[in-house]
Design a protein around this ligand. Structure first.
Ligand code: GLV
Ligand code: GLV
Length: 326
């Protein structure tokens, strides 16, 4: 019987799918993730691995586990895995696209509204016993109707965020992307612009690109300086895409108006991180895909990727299809 190791507990839908395919499933049972060494050790005894975005599957890890027949990342992003080395070693790598597009865009949209309407800071004032009067000038937020949304990375999630913002608030859509999206341009009257134009013209900027060498740190000091003073910065992609010190300064100095983050750098962040004491920031702990249905569907795709990979078939979410032509 072929063995699958799963590095955290995931919804039963995926686990049942693996068992029904006749596979032996071992799950890391603790709520505390395995260390790098522990994961190496467990993986050594498995034919296939389902790992989390927080597991570092680097070149050393892969070279110690060349017997692996497939790796299935329980995420759409796969920057935690050294894809080049996996491909060189002939190991197919899967991810879970599509099923989390809507949940992730919904979360970006939620963060945008929470920042615009000061939901967290105003709630905190109640908890701190500061709600004494109705405040004619308190917690003044921003209207979003007909404002401009700038999307960085117009993939599935970026497109869904743009669609939501346009249907809800008639927002004007700009985007920055390596590839033009003529369909989206037609459907949403979206306009492809340079990164600088996007920074200068957007009221809300939402990041939906993958983390790669061209997106790493693009939201730096210079970028925040080019943004509007009323701008809201939303990142539900990867924390490494923004320079967190520059972001903290931009928010403290009023260079930009607010930020909604589902991802930080590092993760988890420590509770004395200065971002957490700013009134104009809403942060969630990397939960954008965390709905009951979405996580069940992710577990199903992750399981299917394992089953397909063990049979040397095309994965459902296939990060390195070139592996089979080797
Ligand atoms: C979450 O961040 C994912 O990549 O699925
Ligand atoms: C991937 O990042 C996507 O937009 O689905």
């Amino acid at each position: 019987m072929e063995k699958v190791f799963i590095s955290r507990r995931i919804p039963n839908k995926g686990i049942e799918t693996l068992k029904n395919a006749g596979l032996e499933v071992k799950v890391w049972g603790s709520a505390i993730p395995p260390t790098y060494e522990e994961l190496l050790d467990k993986t050594a005894q498995a034919d296939a691995l389902i790992c989390m975005l927080s597991d570092k599957i680097d070149s050393h890890f892969l070279r110690k586990n060349t017997h692996l027949k497939v790796i299935s990342n329980y995420a759409v992003g796969f920057n935690n895995i050294d894809i080049q080395t996996a491909t060189d070693l002939g190991i197919p790598v899967g991810n879970t696209p599509d099923v989390l597009t809507e949940a992730t865009a919904d979360h970006a949209f939620t963060l945008m509204l929470a920042v615009a309407r000061k939901i967290l800071d105003s709630n905190k004032s109640i908890l701190e016993g500061k709600w004494k009067n109705w405040e004619p000038m308190g917690f003044l937020g921003q209207d979003l109707r007909e404002r401009t949304l700038g999307v960085v990375g117009m993939g599935r999630i970026g497109q869904e965020m743009a669609r939501l913002c346009q249907s809800a608030f008639d927002m004007k859509i700009l985007y920055f992307s390596n590839t033009a999206k003529p369909e989206t341009e037609k459907k949403l009257h979206a306009k492809k612009v340079s990164f600088d134009e996007l920074l200068e013209q957007s009221d809300v900027i939402s990041v939906h690109t993958s983390l790669n060498e061209s997106s790493r740190g693009i939201f730096n000091k210079e970028a925040f300086q080019k943004m509007k003073k009323n701008a809201i910065f939303i990142n539900t992609a990867r924390g490494e895409i923004h320079d967190e010190i520059a972001l903290t300064e931009a928010l403290s100095n009023g260079l930009i108006w607010g930020a909604g983050l589902d991802v930080t750098n590092p993760e988890p962040m420590s509770i004395d991180n200065p971002l957490l004491s700013l009134p104009n920031v809403v942060i969630t702990p990397h939960i954008a895909s965390a709905t009951i249905d979405t996580r069940a569907n992710m577990s199903f795709i992750a399981a299917q990727n394992i089953i397909k990979g063990l049979k040397k078939e095309k994965l459902v979410g296939f990060v390195n299809p070139q592996v089979y032509s080797k």
